[in-house]
Design a protein around this ligand. Structure first.
Ligand SMILES: *Cc1c(COP(=O)(O)O)cnc(C)c1O
Length: 457
């Protein structure tokens, strides 16, 4: 064990020292591209180097090049941090080094995933009979769910897509709103469904897909197979499609309904926000993330499919007509991956650390902080609130587009807080996202003060 002790103790020391300093470190990286390259681009050494030295040098060389997204004043994109139990479980996952492809290769990892999947379905209010997969992120969750959808809609037409491929299959229409996330398109491309098959439908003033538009689009071509992508929380304003109204419309035309709930599906965990996802359980598949709002380390997303046969048929390597002993769950029957990280451990640990009420509290706290940040920044001189958060996402602008981008850059340069920019309804805006369990009232105060100072300068 001598070989492991020194590098692991060094890693533990360095990790703890980093996490301890998070509150004092600038949020945005301070080391530039050239500097990082000059430090890290060493000639590949010929002789080996002692593990501990490798680790201490790595930590020294990346200094200033680590985005402090693990801390409480990072409000860019939609990113979570890591809960202590989840991070610790992630370390053990590496130490145990299980290949979570199958029960046989790592029995405990398989059972932990089984349990985590059941807990997640319970939190989201999804059917207990739904199948699921733990994948690298929501992007791969889309790919997993849409592969099941592709199987199911073509199977209904007597076409076995796994055997015959897509080349002579009848086209599948894809209907979604203008506010969908680009990961949908990437999954569509990957699965060979074709970007040209997508119809982008208009939304209402709340960013919700319009019911009349969906109905009209489906009615225009009732004979074609269709997949409808709905959104539980879009990245700009956290908009939720009206599932209760839209899903029955899609079902009437025999369409498969897939839901992108990368972060927004977590609203289901809170009694205060659950109404936003009302009716979502009637969809056919759902994609969400663990590494965003649940605050487990990257990489962790979840795919759920109501029709478990469809998911299994699209993923399992064994022929779907064979019956297998149903007493163990081989993960590779449900995911596009073969060898894979046992990412169930960190999800399991996160859910146990928080408990049901802790997950609800985490969601509510982030929403409260987002609301406070956006309304306080929005009321500063020179700022304007463009979207008051309904959940954890809001938008502010600082005048014209150029000025808005300049102010965002100046705030980031203070190192006090990190925000990103976006273009929303034709205007540049600063996007505020609160997704981290660490964000506190003090963090909100510090961030508002930093913005105030930039605007006053
Ligand atoms: C982040 C995000 C995705 C992509 O998820 P990854 O975990 O980055 O793969 C998809 N949809 C929405 C709405 C997102 O916010």
């Amino acid at each position: 064990m001598v070989q492991f002790r020194e590098p692991l103790e060094a890693a533990s020391r360095l990790a703890l020292s980093y996490l301890d300093q998070l509150d004092r470190l600038p949020v945005a990286p301070t080391a530039g591209l050239d500097e990082l390259r000059s430090r890290l681009e060493k000639p590949l050494n010929n002789a080996g180097i002692l593990p501990e030295q490798v680790i201490t040098e790595l930590a020294a060389d990346v200094e200033g090049g680590i985005m402090a997204s693990a801390g409480g004043r990072f409000f860019g994109w939609v990113m979570g941090g890591s809960l202590p139990a989840a991070l610790a479980a992630d370390w053990l996952t590496s130490a145990w080094d299980q290949n979570a492809a199958s029960y046989a290769a790592g029995p405990a990892a398989a059972i932990v995933e089984e349990v985590a999947g059941a807990w997640l379905k319970e939190i989201f209010g999804l059917p207990a009979s739904a199948s699921f997969a733990l994948v690298t992120g929501c992007q791969m969750a889309h790919a997993t769910c849409l592969a099941a959808a592709r199987h199911a809609v073509l199977f209904k037409r007597g076409w076995d897509v796994e055997q015959r491929g897509l080349f002579s299959a009848s086209p599948i229409r894809l209907l979604t709103s203008s506010e969908r996330h680009g990961s949908f398109e990437r999954a569509v491309r990957l699965l060979g469904l074709g970007l040209q098959q997508i119809t982008y439908l208009p939304t209402d003033e709340h960013g919700r897909l319009r019911e009349d538009a969906l109905e009209q689009a489906l009615r225009a071509d009732p004979e074609s197979s269709a997949i409808v992508l709905l959104q539980a929380g879009d990245v700009n304003i956290g908009a939720y499609d009206a599932f209760e109204a839209l899903i029955p419309i899609a079902k009437r035309y025999g369409a498969w309904v897939h839901v992108d709930g990368a972060f927004g599906l977590w609203a289901a965990a809170s009694p205060l926000f659950r109404h936003l996802v009302k009716g979502v359980e009637a969809a056919d598949s759902w994609a969400t993330d663990g590494h965003k709002w649940l605050n487990v380390p990257y990489d962790c997303g979840y795919a759920f499919v109501a029709d478990s046969d469809a998911q299994r048929a699209s993923m399992s390597y064994r022929a779907p007509y064979l019956t297998h002993a149903a007493n163990a769950r081989d993960q590779m029957d449900w995911t596009p991956e073969w060898s894979r990280r046992a990412r169930g451990f960190s999800t399991y640990a996160a859910l146990r650390q928080l408990g049901r009420s802790g997950v609800a509290e985490l969601v509510e706290r982030c929403c409260r902080h987002a609301h406070s940040l956006v309304t306080r920044i929005g009321s500063l001189r020179g700022a304007e609130m463009l979207w008051e958060p309904v959940i954890n996402q809001g938008l502010v602008s600082f005048g014209d587009d150029q000025r808005t981008d300049e102010v965002i850059a100046a705030i980031v340069a203070t190192g006090e807080a990190f925000f990103g920019g976006t273009t929303w309804r034709g205007r540049r805006a600063m996007r505020v996202s609160v997704c981290n369990w660490q964000t506190s009232e003090q963090d909100v105060d510090r961030a508002v003060k930093a913005v105030e100072a930039v605007l006053a300068a």
